[in-house]
Design a protein around this ligand. Structure first.
Ligand SMILES: Nc1ncnc2c1ncn2[C@@H]1O[C@H](COP(=O)(O)OP(=O)(O)OP(=O)(O)O)[C@@H](O)[C@H]1O
Length: 285
C-alpha cells in the first residue's frame, strides 16, 4: 500500500533537492554566511521544539523572526549570494583555473625543496603516488597527511631527525607519510654507484606506477625513477616540468564501487611479497 504511493519521480525529486542543498552548502563553507546557516538551524530546532510542546508565544515570535530573516538575507549577504551565482554559472572554468594554480603552487614548493636538499647534499626520496595505491608501503610508516610544502619536505629529510631515514610518499593533495621502507629493485645489472636509496626508488617504480625523485647525498644531484628506469642529473627546469605534469594530471575517472571495495580489501589483507612477485611474473608472461 505504502509502496504504491511511491513513484520513481519522488526519488529523483529528493535526490535533486539533496544535491542542490549539498552544492549550496559547499559554496557557503568558510564564508560569513555559514555562521548564519548554523544559527538558522539552531533557531529551526528551537521552533520545532516549541511547536511540539505547544509554547504558543515562542512559536509566534520565532515564526515572525523567520519572516524578517528571509527578507534580511539577500540584503546582508548580497556579496556572498552574488559570488555563489557567479560560481554556479562558470563552475567548470573556475575549478580548472583553481586546479592549474594549485598545480603550479605545489610544483614550486616541491621543486624548491628538492633544489635546497640538492644544494645542501641532503639525501631524500620522494615517491609520487599515481593510480596504484601504496598503502602497503606506508601502513607501518609515520602517517602525516600534511600539506605539501617546501618547509615540511626539508624538515623531514633534515639529517638526524627521526623521520629522515626512508622515503616520503605523497599524492596530488598531501604528504601521506614519511620514513617509509620501499622494496629494493630486483635488477642485478645496475652499476656499482647505485646505492640502496636509488635501489629503493627503482624498486617502488617496478611494483607500481609511481614516480620517485631521489636526491643523492654523495653527488648532490636529483634522479628520476620511473617504470624501473633511472635518469640522473635532472636540471631544475626538468624537475619543474615533471612535477607540473604530475600535479596537473587529473586523477583517472574513479573506479566502480566494486573495484574500490576490492582495493580496500586487498589493503586490509596485503598480499605477501612472494605472492605479489608471482602475480607480477604471471602478468609478464
Ligand atoms: N628500502 C629503503 N626504503 C627507503 N629508504 C631507503 C631504503 N634503503 C635505504 N634507504 C635510504 O637510503 C639511505 C642510504 O643511502 P645510500 O647511501 O646507501 O644510497 P645511495 O643510493 O648511494 O644514496 P646517496 O647517493 O644519497 O648516497 C638510508 O639512510 C635510507 O634513508
Amino acid at each position: 500500500m505504502f509502496f504504491d504511493m511511491i513513484h520513481w519521480r519522488d526519488f529523483l525529486d529528493i535526490a535533486i533537492i539533496a544535491f542542490i542543498f549539498y552544492r549550496a552548502l559547499l559554496l557557503l563553507v568558510d564564508t560569513r554566511a555559514m555562521q548564519l546557516v548554523k544559527g538558522l538551524i539552531v533557531l529551526g530546532l528551537i521552533a520545532a521544539l516549541a511547536r511540539l510542546v505547544h509554547l504558543e508565544a515562542l512559536s509566534w515570535v520565532l515564526g515572525r523572526l523567520f519572516g524578517v530573516i528571509v527578507i534580511a538575507i539577500p540584503i546582508v549577504f548580497q556579496p556572498e549570494l552574488r559570488r555563489m551565482l557567479e560560481e554556479l554559472g562558470r563552475g567548470n572554468i573556475l575549478r580548472r583555473k583553481q586546479a592549474e594554480e594549485r598545480a603550479g603552487q605545489l610544483t614550486d614548493e616541491v621543486t624548491r625543496a628538492l633544489e635546497y636538499l640538492r644544494s645542501q647534499k641532503i639525501g631524500a626520496i620522494l615517491v609520487f603516488q599515481r593510480d596504484t595505491g601504496l598503502k602497503d608501503f606506508w601502513r607501518s610508516a609515520v602517517k602525516l597527511n600534511g600539506e605539501i610544502s617546501e618547509d615540511l619536505i626539508v624538515t623531514i629529510f633534515w639529517p638526524g631527525t627521526p623521520l629522515h631515514d626512508g622515503a616520503v610518499i605523497l599524492d596530488r593533495e598531501k604528504i601521506i607519510a614519511a620514513a617509509c621502507y620501499l622494496p629494493l629493485t630486483e635488477n642485478s645489472n645496475l652499476s656499482r654507484w647505485i646505492g640502496t636509496r636509488h635501489r629503493a626508488a627503482l624498486g617502488i617504480t617496478e611494483v607500481s606506477d609511481a614516480m620517485a625523485l631521489v636526491v643523492s647525498e654523495e653527488r648532490g644531484e636529483v634522479a628520476l625513477a620511473i617504470n624501473g628506469h633511472l635518469s640522473r642529473r635532472l636540471r631544475e627546469d626538468q624537475i619543474r616540468r615533471l612535477l607540473l605534469h604530475y600535479f596537473s594530471a587529473m586523477p583517472r575517472r574513479s573506479s566502480p564501487w566494486w573495484e574500490t571495495l576490492k582495493k580496500e580489501l586487498r589493503n586490509l589483507w596485503p598480499a605477501k611479497e612472494s605472492d605479489r612477485k608471482e602475480k607480477e611474473n604471471a602478468k609478464g608472461n
